[in-house]
Design a protein around this ligand. Sequence first.
Ligand SMILES: Cc1cc2nc3c(=O)[nH]c(=O)nc-3n(C[C@H](O)[C@H](O)[C@H](O)COP(=O)(O)OP(=O)(O)OC[C@H]3O[C@@H](n4cnc5c(N)ncnc54)[C@H](O)[C@@H]3O)c2cc1C
Length: 301
Amino acid sequence: MPLTEDQIAEIAELRSVSQPTLRATAPGMEQHLYTAHEVLDHGFVRVIDYMGDDAAIVQAARVSYGAGTRKSRDDSGLIRYLMRHWHSTPFEMCEIKLHVKLPVFVARQWIRHRTANVNEYSARYSILDREFYIPAPEQLAAQSTVNNQGRGEVLTGEEAARVLEFLKADAGRAYDHYEQMLSQEGQQGLARELARMNLPANIYTQWYWKVDLHNLFHFLRLRADAHAQYEIRVYAEAICNIVADWVPAAYAAFEDYRLGGANLSGKALDCVRRMVRGEQVTQETSGMSKGEWREFEALLS
Ligand SMILES: Cc1cc2nc3c(=O)[nH]c(=O)nc-3n(C[C@H](O)[C@H](O)[C@H](O)COP(=O)(O)OP(=O)(O)OC[C@H]3O[C@@H](n4cnc5c(N)ncnc54)[C@H](O)[C@@H]3O)c2cc1C
C-alpha cells in the first residue's frame, strides 16, 4: 500500500483547509494538490506545491504588468510559438514541487536529470520500510533480442514463477538481515548508514523533487517516451496527467511539438522532400545508415 491510514488522513486534513491568496492559482492543479497518485505497487506521485499557470508563461514572454485583456486563444497561440521555436525561458517561470515514492533503481535513472532540486529520505537517519517493487506478471519480460536496452516476450509459467520467487525471497532475506543488523540483542546494533548496504535496488525510497516547467518538459520528453524503461515511464505518465491539468495550453503545445513531434536530420528531411516529389527513396539511396533508415521508416509508418 503506498500510503498508511495516518498519511491519508493527513492529506485529507490538508485538503480540507483553504486560504485566500492574491497569487494566481490553476484550478486544474488545485484538484491535485497533496493527493497521491499511485504508481507501481507501492509508489506514488503527489503535488506538494506549485507556482504559475499558462498565464504566467505568457506574462513572462510579454514582460507584462498583469493578466492583460488578450483572449486565451491568443495566449495558446503564443505558447505554441514559444514551444515551436524553443523559446524556453518563459516556461521556467512555472515551478512544481512533487513528493515521489519510487524504487531505488528508478531513482537512479531519475536523478540523472540534474536541473531539479532534490531532497531524499535519509536511510542514515531513518529505517527504510519493508517495501519492494515486484513487477506485475505482464511486466516480467525476457531480455529483448533486438534492443540491448529493452524487453522482449513476457515470461510465463514456471519460468515466471521462478523469477518472481527469486525477487521476493531475495528482497525478504536482505530485509530480514537489515533488521537483524540494526538490532543485535543486548547490543547497540549496526549503524543505519551501514546496515542499508545490503538492501536491494527494488526497495522504495522517497524524495521531494522541485523543477521548473521547462526542465520538467525535458524530463517528460525523455521519460514518457516509449524508449524509457516502463518503471520510470509510468511515473512520467502520471506527471503528464497532472501537468495537463495544471497548464493545459503549455501541455497541449508540448504534446504536439515534443511528445508527438520528431526531429529530422538533414538527410532525413531531404528524403521526405524527395518522397513528396514522387521519388522512390530506399535506404541505399537515402544516405542514411541501416539503423537510421529503420528509425526513419518507423517514424513515417
Ligand atoms: C532512454 C534513455 C536511456 C539512457 N541510457 C543511459 C545509459 O545507458 N547510461 C547513462 O549513464 N545514462 C543513460 N541515460 C541518461 C541520459 O544520458 C541523461 O543523463 C539523462 O537523460 C538526463 O538528461 P539531461 O542531461 O539532458 O537532463 P538534465 O540533467 O536535466 O539537464 C538538462 C539540460 O541541461 C544542460 N545541462 C545540465 N547539466 C549540464 C552540465 N553539467 N553540462 C552541460 N550541460 C548541462 C543540458 O543541455 C541538458 O540537456 C539514458 C536516458 C534515457 C532517456
